[in-house]
Design a protein around this ligand. Sequence first.
Ligand SMILES: NC(=O)C1=CN([C@@H]2O[C@H](COP(=O)(O)OP(=O)(O)OC[C@H]3O[C@@H](n4cnc5c(N)ncnc54)[C@H](O)[C@@H]3O)[C@@H](O)[C@H]2O)[C@@H](O)CC1
Ligand SMILES: Nc1ncnc2c1ncn2[C@@H]1O[C@H](COP(=O)(O)OP(=O)(O)O)[C@@H](O)[C@H]1O
Length: 498
Amino acid sequence: MQNLINQEQMRSADVFTIKEQEISSIELMETASAAFVKEFVREITDENTPIAVLCGKGNNGGDGLAIARILNDKGYNLVSVYLIDFSAQETEEYKVNLNRLKDQWFPLTTVKSVADLKNLKSGVIIDAVLGAGLNKKLSGLYLELAQFVNGLNLHVIAVDVPTGFPAEGKLDKDNVYIKAELVICFQRPKINFFFPESAAALNRFIVTPIGLSEEFIERFDSPYKLSDAGDISDLIKPRKPFTHKGTYGHALIVAGQRETMGAAILAARACLYSGAGLTTLSIPESGLTALNATLPEVMYKDRTALSQSGGGFENFSAIAVGPGLGTGAESLDILTSLLKLKLPLIIDADALNLLGEYEELFKQVPEGSVLTPHIKEFDHLFGVHDSWWDRLQTARAQAVQRKCVIVLKNQYTFIIDQYGGVKINPTGNPAMAQGGMGDVLTGIIASLSAQGYPADQAASAACYLHGLSGDKLAVSKIAVTASAVAGYIPEVLKELIK
Ligand SMILES: NC(=O)C1=CN([C@@H]2O[C@H](COP(=O)(O)OP(=O)(O)OC[C@H]3O[C@@H](n4cnc5c(N)ncnc54)[C@H](O)[C@@H]3O)[C@@H](O)[C@H]2O)[C@@H](O)CC1
Ligand SMILES: Nc1ncnc2c1ncn2[C@@H]1O[C@H](COP(=O)(O)OP(=O)(O)O)[C@@H](O)[C@H]1O
């Protein structure tokens, strides 16, 4: 797990590292630039590629100057440097690196206006104009520069962060950035890389360590943490000798209606494959043949019993509700009865839509429940948001207020615990953008909850496993089905268990 820190914290990590390692800031810049180059040469392997390095006059530009020199030393013989001279201020590190460059022969162009970039027509652009020191949207000459560079449609690789892109905070739709194919970012990714709006500024990012003190960074109390395989391996317990089906819990999934019985079966499949000792599905009777034909291991529970004071529904180790449930009167009755059990629930899909319609019902959601909305369901529950930053902040506040876990789904899913802490899930890919994928996630959460994992752990582990299964399948496939993702979970689990 990695702490995602803000820029102020990053600056104090710089200061701490400089002091602790008894190095100068220029040496730190040299290390960062060398780390960038290490990744860059993996991406651009041809040393004869024309490379234009656009350098602002802050430390991002200072990095750019050092990068140009290091690339040249490595045999990249077509490196040219453009000094973006739109403001008078320049940092000390920038000046030192400019002098170092002037000691060597180097094509240097001073850019006072966009017209000075007329020779820039081909090759790769390294964007080192503005980095994490950005303090306002691009305007004036910087805006013109960004529009000009974007119009060239060249392969842009940004240093640390694309020019114009704020590392944290709300991303306005009308913001303009220098659009990068790749960002090679220092030490930690920026929180804003994980929001869908970042697609306007970058396609991919790589994080490279630059020697900052990890111990110091991890001491910060950041609400944002990035999950990794190690966290899940630490969490998932191996199956022990002499255990039996009763050891691994009994999950119930209340889901499905005539047109969307598949959603229920997918959730049950995922629950089964994620290792629940027993899985029971409560669907309309019309789905029984399909259930028995596809998942003979799964049991059935008649949901008409639910309205009769519990009807035995209270005896399960975990209950999930919602996939393919529908939002009609019968579904409303089912959800109302389930909420009366006052047991934590995993609430997805149509059950969330019903909560969005009936505020009184929403208030009855028990503490410790897990809500798994995608963007539309989320905004239905909590109001329309015009940015993901705002949406995430609402999710944090709501998770605390309702003492629930919120799984806000997207390419990077945010898992927000009852204290407002956010885990960002790094697995998953666009091959998974297919119907039924969310039903599978719900089934995995239900399974892990039934096996005794606390709500936040079940949710974050489930997201990781779900995405990893999709990633493994996507290596050889353009699209992966929800059934396949569910079916691959046992292998992914086995691989992660220590
Ligand atoms: N720990 C780290 O992350 C390290 C970062 N370094 C580099 O340092 C960069 C940050 O450097 P700086 O703090 O000097 O900042 P920048 O180089 O990003 O920008 C600095 C200048 O740009 C101006 N500016 C900001 N927004 C503007 C806008 N919208 N329009 C016009 N001017 C604007 C600022 O007033 C300031 O004068 C990082 O992105 C990275 O490249 C490395 O050199 C060393 C270690
Ligand atoms: N591009 C993507 N990258 C990573 N994960 C994705 C992507 N598209 C979809 N997913 C995952 O698939 C699931 C989709 O959930 P949801 O929208 O509720 O699907 P459905 O309603 O069809 O079951 C989420 O867990 C989401 O994270």
